[in-house]
Design a protein. Structure first.
Length: 304
């Protein structure tokens, strides 16, 4: 059977999303981070489809070819709203989420927002926000220099695109120092960030974080709410972006099952160790998959 992902179009939360999709069965939303694109999941999507899951990886809000949102919001609450709206558009009441980097933030936000709809979450490379904030000191402050730089409107956008996105390549090398990525690996990221509007959108995720944390109404679900959602959290021991010490105490945000694994890889562990990463994801999903689930209908809007 052909498990190669196809492009689909979805309307969700007032945004026209493009996504890669394949397979039938329980829905697994795969969410990418920065600087990245939905094509980062090219190894996981077919593996999910081959084992009886409906795998869908949207280009996150603002990342081309997904639309730049008219509301200009990139806070974690809006990302969580996208998650549920995408599931609604795909006709799934309960579903799994796999998230890397900002996709992990979206997964955590969704879990603390409406845990009853989530069968489980798998996150990679980013701990829950309370852990990240409480452990932010010393070496991690130095690793996170880019978060401060991205607060500079206009300047950061220009620097991001300069010299054919040399900053993106620098971040990839710093964050996954042992990954020998190719020009073909990074090309989809450059395409997703090709327009000034898309670059502003991608940096908007960072610019929305502090105002969210300073707003008690928006911060409470992220920082003060525990979730019953089962979780698997993966950290890279060679991650140059977020140190493994930042994951200490991650289980404190969960009242249900929560396991943390450390992989011998960098920030892009799902690309560096695809076989090992996929095996951990599939083991978790199979363990939490509802009994008797049958294959779903074909994805709406699917085309080659």
């Amino acid at each position: 059977m052909d498990y190669r992902p196809k492009i689909i179009q979805l309307q969700a939360n007032g945004i026209a999303f493009s996504a890669l999709a394949c397979g039938e069965g329980p829905l697994v939303l795969c969410l990418h981070g920065f600087p990245d694109s939905a094509r980062t999941w090219s190894g996981l999507l077919p593996a999910l489809a081959a084992t009886g899951y409906r795998a869908v990886a949207p280009f996150m809000r603002g990342y081309a070819p997904t639309e730049v949102p008219a509301d200009g919001r990139y806070d974690p609450g809006s990302l969580a709203a996208d998650v549920f709206a995408l599931a609604d558009a795909l006709g799934a009441q309960r579903f799994f989420v796999v998230g890397h980097d900002w996709g992990a933030v979206a997964a955590y936000a969704a879990a603390t927002n409406r845990s009853e709809r989530l069968l489980g979450i798998v996150t990679a490379a980013v701990p829950p926000l309370p852990r990240f904030l409480s452990n932010m000191r010393g070496a991690q402050l130095r690793r996170s220099w880019y978060m401060l730089f991205f607060q500079l409107p206009g300047i950061a956008e220009k620097r991001l695109a300069r010299n054919d996105f040399a900053l993106v390549e620098r971040l990839w090398r710093d964050w996954s120092p042992d990954w020998d990525f190719t020009a073909a690996d990074i090309a989809p990221v450059k395409q997703a960030l090709a327009t000034p509007a898309a670059r502003t959108a991608a940096l908007g995720y960072y610019r929305a974080l502090l105002p969210t944390l300073l707003n008690p109404h928006r911060a409470r679900p992220l920082l003060g709410t525990k979730t019953t959602t089962p979780a698997l959290i993966m950290a890279g021991t060679r991650d140059g972006c977020i140190g493994t010490e930042m994951f200490t105490g991650s289980e404190n945000g969960f009242t249900g099952a929560c396991d943390t694994l450390h992989l011998d890889a960098g920030h892009f562990m799902h690309r560096e160790l695809p076989g090992e990463f996929n095996a951990h994801v599939l083991h978790f999903l199979d363990h939490h998959r509802p009994p008797g689930d049958s294959a779903a209908d074909p994805l709406p809007g699917e085309h080659a």
